[in-house]
Design a protein around this ligand. Sequence first.
Ligand code: MSP
Length: 528
Amino acid sequence: MKPFYITTAIDYTNAPPHIGHAYEKVLADVMARFQRAQGREVYFLTGVDQHGQKVQKSAEQAGQSPEDFVAGVTSHFTALWQQLEVRPDGWAATTDERHKRVVQAMLQRLHDDGQLYKKSYRGFYSLRQEQFLTDRERDENGEFGPQWGEVVEFEEENWYFRLGQHVAWLREFIRSHPDFIFPAHRAAEVLHALEGPEQDLCISRPIERLSWGIPLPFDPRFVNYVWFDALSNYLSFAGYLGQECGNADLPAFEPLWPADAQIIGKDILVPAHAVYWPIMLHALGFSDEQMPRLVVHGWWNVRGAKMSKSLGNVIDPKLLAATFSGDGLRYYLMRDIATGYDSDFSDERLLMSYNKELAGGLGNLLNRSLNMAHQYLGGVVDWSDHDDEHNQALRRTVAEALPAYLKAMNGWGIDEGIAAAWSVVTAANAFVDATKPFMLAKDPAQGARLRSVLAHLAEALWHVSALLDPVMPTAMAKVREQLALPLPDGFRIDQLAWGVLPQGHQLAKPTPVFPRIDPASLAPPASA
Ligand code: MSP
């Protein structure tokens, strides 16, 4: 099977990361880890979008050169990925010389193929979205809405890409390939956007207006439009034209392509990822079978409103991870949203998910189970001959959790995958309540039953740690440290079966994996 090639949007380096950026990268990281656990080889690419007007402007405002400015902002992103255990295999920074060479080679190919032409155009230009606007972008009052920011009218000579030529192909491709976009309902949005007159795409900016970009190889008075540059990262950092461009240290392209999952937010589906991107590939000669798959996630809002600097409600993931740990934040970000839909960020729910579920539900179960095992049995797993309906019910829950988990995770239902793992935590807590090992310990005649109960608990906890490993890698490794059994080399989650802990296995001592957080110790909510 080909390696699983997974990408994310590359973040603009005009401001430090917020919770939306963190969510997308954690989602990709969880999927990358899950695929690895299923035995797939994985190439996970993420990075930063460093060129363009937005960045040039922010650098000017900060009184810095664009180079220094992007270096500074980029370091906030890389530090956050460290903190959140987001571990990409490739890092796509668009100022990387290897990327620039590939973008120029791509542009030259399109130019040589007659896909690019130069013309003069007078029109309205959105400074915020860095694009010329047409009448289609006017609202019902004939105005360009606030989403376009400042709009100015001017005439300019530029290079254009014959996008319109490929629109008929794209319509047909989208109709005949329902797998191209996940969730599938988003395809209708794209088809709707493809109605109306076919237009070409301006892919250059004159250097007098924008110098912070990649020069066109055939006309260096222009730099490349930031979206063309940015979308190309998915090819350049996967080794496309690697030999021609001397990029020997990047992966071999053929085994990786096409991308199995390109994770993006819903705001950048149309037109960038569902129109420009497949058409760029088509124009470069990629076949229908070589088109990637888009995975479109929803947005994190704050009390129903979009996060924005002006509202002062931007949520800083760095502070949250410092309080709740990287894994605590990863857990919340994965459990409280369904892939493809929006969710509302809430400090209360984050605290609840940590204290009630991680500390109270899972952490406490581990602590209790290991303490009893040490107190009553010297920490030794002894399966004993005893069996009863409680044991059987717990084993059944564990057995049923795995297929539900695999199905959910393979279909991007990370929240449901977590819920499947959680069914074991809930059942194991109920199992303790029903079997009352602390009572059994008082009655020497119940020794065999006590040993079987504690062995079942330790085993069930190991299963939970394996299922939740992609979501909380560090915390789950700690759980297994206490159970004194790491994931074996070549471990396959899809082959997980009861009986991992051997007879006579010695458990380690418990220490809290999720120390409870006192709500009184927390600063007032950032979103107040
Ligand atoms: N640089 C472009 C992407 C180029 S990809 C070739 C860009 N950058 S961005 O920094 O504005 O956004 C990066 C990603 O973060 C996008 O996928 C976007 O949807 C996502 N998010 C930004 N705000 C978000 C939320 N509030 N919630 C969830 N994700 C959101 O667009």
